[in-house]
Design a protein around this ligand. Structure first.
Ligand code: SF4
Length: 61
């Protein structure tokens, strides 16, 4: 599983970086997802971050 942030949609609220800091980090005004495979231990918090994003900017694949 991998996560991506659509920078055109992200509002920079920082919620995902608080929910799942193992994957999401701020890069200026928007969040980014580390370009790594999401390990099974943090899949649930990564999915939670995606579900809680207020503008649905996080894409899980
Ligand atoms: S929760 Fe969504 S809008 Fe907020 S920083 Fe993360 S990707 Fe951006």
């Amino acid at each position: 599983m991998r996560a991506k942030v659509d920078a055109d949609v992200c509002t920079g609220c920082e919620l995902c970086t608080q929910t799942c800091p193992e994957i999401f980090y701020m890069d200026g005004d928007v969040a980014k997802a580390k370009d790594i495979e999401v390990s099974s231990e943090i899949e649930d918090t990564c999915k939670q971050a995606a579900e809680e994003c207020p503008v649905e900017a996080i894409i899980i694949s």
